[in-house]
Write a new protein. Sequence first.
Length: 129
Amino acid sequence: MVRERPTSPHTTIWRWHLTMATSILHRITGVALYGGALIAAAWALSLAGGPETYAAFKGVMGSFLGKLALFGLTLAGFYHLGNGVRHLTWDLGHGFDLKSANASAVGVIAFAVAATLAVWVIAGMTGAL
């Protein structure tokens, strides 16, 4: 016997808005940071593996794709941090009105981009890249 049950609305039905996108992006950056934890573990293992292993790890992470991954992880980390602070302010009961929620979403994105660029510019200026 097949019952006629209501189904949840699919995302194609919803009108996308900024706070929806930032919520999804927060989850995506959280998952990406797990990848960063794996890279950190690989770094530690490469140190334990000796000079040849560490040189191979540096070669991979120093390549264009390695730097692109690190740039993405830096952006994900700052975005996740900023959005986490945003969620903490919500836990205090502030910023739920639409204007404040949209403004804080834009602020988090601006913070993440600015902080990421600052870190990478400073790293480039100090020769860390």
